[in-house]
Design a protein around this ligand. Structure first.
Ligand SMILES: [Cu+2]
Length: 182
């Protein structure tokens, strides 16, 4: 048993060592963090906010601590949950990415919210999204990907309610989070 255990530990260590130098080569910009399938929801003129989504995988446990894009004044991390049958949304300061696990930001769950769009996001275009990650040592790395803007039927996945929740706040300036659940 012990011997078996030792072998397993050795294998894990070896794998980590093999991975180590490779990760090091990209550490400055990459830090072993992968962002896939980034996309943002197309908006109509006058709509001040848009949801954005992606799949994130990090080799090490890191935290997503911010999102920004030239296509919006501000980006936030949000979580949506059903509480007593009501869809509630709250802002997250950070989002933990466990080592090696894929975290999906998708309609109806964890997502990114872009506020203060100077112009509508047109379906078929792309916008750069810059993700800020906090590494275990506290260092911040940024990674930018192109997100596809997609037109999605607002009523199709329950996320339409989420968008309406954002929109009915009318003034999305100072207190657009007034409607958010805590
Ligand atoms: Cu939101």
């Amino acid at each position: 048993m012990n011997r078996h255990f030792g072998w397993c530990g050795g294998a894990v260590l070896a794998a980590a060592m093999v991975f180590g130098p490779g990760a090091g080569a990209f550490a400055a910009t990459d830090a072993g963090i992968e962002i896939r399938d980034a996309w943002a929801r197309a908006t109509v003129p006058g709509q001040p906010v848009a949801g954005a989504y992606a799949e994130l995988t990090s080799a090490k446990a890191v935290q997503l601590v911010g999102i920004s894009t030239p296509a919006a004044k501000r980006g936030e991390l949000h979580e949506m949950k059903h509480v007593d049958g009501v869809m509630k949304m709250r802002q997250l300061k950070s989002l933990s990415l466990p080592a090696g696990e894929t975290v999906k930001l998708a309609p109806g769950g964890l997502h990114l919210m872009l506020f203060g769009l100077p112009k509508p996001l047109a379906a078929g275009s792309t916008i750069p999204l810059t993700f800020s990650f906090k590494l275990p040592g506290g260092k911040i790395v940024k990674k930018t990907v192109d997100a596809q803007v997609r037109a999605v039927d607002a009523g199709g996945d329950g996320h339409g309610g989420h968008d309406m929740g954002h929109d009915k706040g009318a003034a999305h300036g100072a207190d657009e989070h007034a409607g958010h659940g805590k």
